[in-house]
Design a protein around this ligand. Structure first.
Ligand code: ZN
Length: 202
């Protein structure tokens, strides 16, 4: 599934359910949902996240780049801080470095929990306790949406490698797949236009 479709689906979900979330509606939430919606695809060197981060869009650069950041965090933690959050951030970068697309941790519950722990921790640090809910909406929707594509997602990785998908799926980058995603985006834009006045003039 394309990055922009993921962002779209994350935002639609957010706009549909923000009333039951602890932080309700705010723009930080909107940004965080959008970011979390594309984060799982950081395991792909050509994904929308890596487009802006990686100097060269290939697998080798991805492994070296994220691997070095991860090792730096863990090394720094070992020398100076000895804090769980530094370890978690370091390990997360290493996970990103070694995960191959759709086969590893970033597309699993384990990955979701790890990243949520970091976001939750940062949220508590700055007294914005509800941040983690926004993050989970975006991240969770990404995994759910990927289950509609024929490759499925390894939800319980590394416990088991089985890929989970819905009975009805489509191929990403196929004609039908692109048409479905375009249609979803149009519905999403219409829904957003319909929803915005309710948000701004409540
Ligand atoms: Zn994905």
């Amino acid at each position: 599934m394309k990055g922009k479709t993921h962002i779209g689906m994350g935002l639609i979900t957010y706009l549909s359910i923000y009333n039951i979330l602890p932080g309700k509606f705010n723009f930080m939430g909107l940004l965080l949902v959008a970011f979390a919606s594309i984060l799982p695809d950081v395991d792909h060197p050509k994904s929308i996240v890596n487009k802006y981060i990686l100097p060269f869009k290939n697998k080798f650069t991805k492994v070296i780049f994220y691997g070095c950041i991860g090792i730096t965090f863990i090394w720094y933690d070992y020398l100076y801080t000895d804090a769980p959050i530094m370890k978690a951030i370091g390990i997360s970068f290493i996970i990103i470095a070694v995960s191959s697309h759709r086969n590893g941790l970033t597309h699993s519950f384990t990955g979701m929990i790890m990243f949520s722990f970091i976001v939750g921790y940062l949220g508590n640090m700055y007294n914005i306790h509800y941040l983690v809910y926004y993050f989970m909406v975006g991240y969770g929707m990404h995994l759910l949406c990927d289950m509609f594509t024929n490759r499925g997602v390894p939800l319980f990785y590394p416990v088991e490698n089985k890929k989970f998908k819905f009975p009805l799926t489509y191929r990403t980058n196929s004609k039908v797949g692109s048409a479905i995603e375009e249609l979803l985006m149009i519905c999403g834009i219409l829904f957003t236009i319909y929803r915005l006045p309710v948000i701004f003039y409540k």
